[in-house]
Design a protein around this ligand. Structure first.
Ligand code: KIV
Ligand code: ZN
Length: 516
């Protein structure tokens, strides 16, 4: 019997990005979208176009690049949002607008301050307007988990009539238990049968996001919304890798269903997201945690040696994890070993990109004794996600006497010309950033600063993330990677400025930032 496909709707770039500290810049989002396409997700929710110029820019670029997945933008049920979404995805081969409004009594009364009738009118208007941009419109009943089922039916009838083909029922606050989600989905999918696809979007506040999604599939949902590594608002969303592997490993139960996911791309995708966001999955996280395939106890190790199936229900290679490759690179490793490693880590680079990455690898190998997989992932990802380098840090000198005033001298290259200047600051990083501001003439306001070591040891690479607002405009993310934390910080700051300048036109067109 032909299996039914469960559509995988990935919202790592939208709901995932709403995780505190998970912001990504345009180049990083493009890289992630390309990997999600390789993974085989059906729909990529690339962002929320009206949220900020940065979101719009990223969605627009992803729409131009992705070919095999549908590219989607979120939009509140407001004309301006729907228009921004429609414009951002205009060039996509397959496109979808995902519009939503809250349907629970508590959200309608206190958040929206609207009567149910008005909510239906707004939803219908949004869907009708969205259909003027695209054929594929998804409508979400925000907080469906706490909404009245009669009202869910009424609003679904209205939006389906207006042209929505997917009805999403989010458990926005992660409140529901599996049997309750199952009952809601069963009733709604029977009610809308043949008229729309029922989708679920389960948050993980009670740790039930994945269980709720699986129960929904059993009861008629044919689309699940999820994120890599379970990123998302608060406790996150249902994790894509857990849903997909549960469907695969328990195909005896889910025998009628399949997905388009190439599970061998799960691990590379998870590592890419962790490298870019700096948010590591917890070590004991199912499927992709560092310990997910580690067998510590003697009894387990003994069993594994006799027959792997004693303690292993998933083969690491099924998710693209090569447990046999323990090769650590160092300064004597040649280009061939490096290239081989890139292939094993899931990077598909042309010769020129391999050469550039190899150059950076050699510089690092001179200063760092052992280079681990995560170092290489960070190095290559950093190289691939750089904005056009309008400004480039050449060197940095710090003069920080513990009793004195922190000061820094920075040399920057622009169009082949080197400029040097110095500044004092409240602290060393402040002095570095102020010196950069003096040279470039842009006033940066640092909104967030984060430093993470990439691998272990005293010589670990520092991965610095900054969030900077230039000239009072919406903040931009920048990343810098170096053994020297201060140099990594300077590079992150310049990276943010380069991203800002490369989308300066967009900022003028769309200067407002919206908070969801
Ligand atoms: O959790 C939620 O309700 C959402 C909607 C916008 C789909 O993220
Ligand atoms: Zn959500």
């Amino acid at each position: 019997m032909k299996k039914e496909i469960i559509k995988i709707f990935d919202t790592t770039l939208r709901d995932g990005e709403q995780s505190p500290g998970a912001s990504m810049n345009t180049e990083e989002k493009i890289q992630i979208a390309a990997q999600l396409e390789r993974l085989g997700v059906d729909i990529i929710e690339a962002g929320f176009a009206a949220a900020s110029p940065g979101d719009f820019d990223a969605i627009e670029k992803i729409a131009q690049k992705v070919e095999r997945s549908t590219v989607c933008s979120l939009a509140r049920a407001i004309d301006a949002d729907v228009k921004a979404a429609g414009e951002a995805i205009a060039k996509a081969k397959m496109k979808r607008i995902h519009t939503f409004i809250a349907t629970s009594p508590i959200h309608m009364e206190y958040k929206l301050k609207m009567k149910p009738d008005e909510v239906i009118k707004r939803a219908v208007r949004a869907v009708e307007y969205a259909r003027t941009f695209v054929e594929d419109v998804e409508f979400s009943c925000e907080d469906a988990g706490r909404s009245d089922i009669g009202f869910l039916k009424e609003i679904s009838d209205a939006v389906i009539e207006a042209g929505a083909s997917t009805i999403n029922l989010p458990d926005t606050v992660g409140f529901r238990l599996p049997f309750e989600i199952g009952a809601m989905v069963k009733e709604m999918s029977e009610y809308t049968k043949g008229r729309a696809i029922i989708s679920v979007h389960n948050h993980n506040d009670l740790g039930l996001g994945v269980a709720n999604s699986l129960e929904a599939i059993m009861n008629g949902a044919r689309q699940v919304e999820c994120t890599i590594n379970g990123l998302g608002e608060r406790a996150g969303n249902a994790a894509l890798e857990e849903i997909v592997m549960a469907l695969k490993v328990r195909s005896d139960v889910f025998k009628d269903f399949d997905t388009h996911i190439n599970t061998k791309e799960i691990y590379p995708t998870s590592r890419l997201i962790a490298t870019i966001t700096g948010i590591e999955p917890q070590p004991n996280k199912a499927i992709v945690g560092k310990n997910a395939f580690a067998h510590e106890s003697g009894i387990h190790q003994d069993g594994m040696l006799k027959n792997k199936e004693t303690y292993e229900i998933i083969r690491p290679e099924d998710i693209g994890l090569d447990m046999t490759d323990t090769l650590v690179l160092g300064k004597h490793s040649g280009r061939a070993a490096f290239k081989d490693k890139l292939g094993k880590l899931g990077f598909d680079l042309d010769n020129e990109a391999i050469n550039r990455a190899f150059e950076r690898f050699k510089i690092l190998a001179d200063r760092k004794k052992e280079i681990y997989d995560d170092d290489i992932r960070a190095l290559v990802t950093n190289e691939m996600t750089k904005a056009t380098q309008i400004y480039e840090i050449v060197s940095l000198q710090l003069m920080d006497c513990s009793e004195g005033v922190p000061s820094a001298a920075v040399k920057i290259r622009r169009e082949g010309k080197e400029i040097i200047d110095a500044s004092i600051g409240g602290g060393t990083i402040d002095a570095v950033f102020k010196a950069i501001d003096r040279i470039t003439g842009y006033q940066g306001e640092l909104e967030d600063y984060k430093v993470k070591s990439v691998s272990e040891g005293k010589d670990a690479l520092a991965n610095v993330t900054v969030k900077v607002s230039f000239n009072g405009e919406p903040a931009i993310i920048g990343h810098g990677l170096n053994i020297d934390t201060m140099l990594a910080s300077a590079r992150a700051y310049i990276g943010a400025l380069n991203s800002y300048l490369s989308m300066a036109g967009k900022l003028k067109e769309r200067p407002h930032k919206v908070i969801l």
